[in-house]
Write a protein that binds this ligand. Structure first.
Ligand code: GUN
Length: 281
């Protein structure tokens, strides 16, 4: 079977367009503050993309580019100031933070109503019980893709590779809430290839180029590649050996142009949700 390509770029444009239209109806523009500490080049690329998305959606945005030497106290003071701002609905602190800064404490300091990443334990808890305010951006984006292509996880065997707080764990929860039978594989899973090969829906979020080979893809499976790696030639690629996997899958996401744009579109959706919450509409 030659797989159909799930076009994340096109769907992200559609999501952002509807966010822009809804935002235009609000009394006040949604506002997003993006905080970047240090000079990680990949993070800089992501932050620039988020700024562009805000412009496209008609949002107000502010960027705080802080030096790597920023102290924990300075960062917490900035978060506290942004928590108190009436014109800022969402606060995003780009991860990873430079060494020496306590990520956990910073994420805990963001007011749950402004936690558009859905990283605060309050929001993770609400997600866990199936009553989320915000969608975790990357897994939420994957669920939107499945919906758009009429792929229903109910009753399906879903396998998630990776158990990070940002992707693997919340992805497993969303698939579970959608009535999938979910298995999470990780670095200590002895028979990952065999488990992956049993999946109707396979989501890879490990960050290892070439991890998912054709033998790990069941005939007709849906393959979602969340990873953003660089190969030896410096080219952007995912975890999945795309060409060989596409011969067996029914649907597949490309890298780039798959999950990445959807993550950013979901951030805009969450910022709109936060703005509604703050404006009571
Ligand atoms: N770094 C990589 N992905 C993300 C994300 O979704 N949010 C934040 N804040 N940092 C990230």
């Amino acid at each position: 079977m030659a797989a159909k390509i799930i076009d994340g770029k096109a769907l992200a444009a559609k999501v952002k367009d509807s966010v822009r239209q809804e935002a235009a109806q609000l009394p006040r523009k949604p506002g997003l503050a993006v905080v970047l500490v240090g000079d990680d080049p990949a993070s800089r690329v992501y932050v620039n993309g988020k700024k562009r998305d805000c412009e496209e959606c008609g949002f107000y945005s502010e960027e705080y580019a802080l030096p790597a030497q920023t102290t924990q106290r300075q960062l917490l003071e900035l978060v506290a100031e942004l928590n108190g701002r009436q014109d800022i609905d969402g606060i995003l602190v780009q991860l990873p933070l430079p060494q020496g800064l306590d990520e956990r404490e910073v994420l805990l300091a963001i007011h749950p109503d402004k936690d558009v990443d859905c990283f605060h334990p309050f929001n993770v808890g609400r997600l866990t019980i199936g009553d989320p305010v915000f969608q975790p951006c990357t897994p939420g984006g994957v669920m939107e893709m499945l919906r758009e292509y009429h792929i229903d996880p109910a009753g399906k065997r879903c396998v998630v590779l990776g158990r990070s707080n940002i992707v693997g764990k919340p992805m497993a929860l969303l698939l579970l809430h959608a009535h999938g039978t979910v298995t999470v594989c990780h670095s200590r899973t002895p028979d990952m290839a065999a488990i992956a090969a049993s999946a109707d829906i396979l989501v890879s979020a490990v960050g290892k180029t070439g991890l998912v080979t054709a033998d790990m893809v069941k005939e007709g499976a849906v393959v979602i590649d969340v990873a953003m790696n660089r190969n030896e030639a410096g080219k952007l690629c995912g975890d999945v050996c795309y060409a060989e996997a596409a011969e067996k899958a029914s649907y597949i996401t490309p890298v780039p142009g798959g999950v990445g744009p959807m993550t950013r579109a979901m951030l805009m959706k969450n910022t709109l949700t936060a703005a509604r919450l703050h404006q009571g509409v």
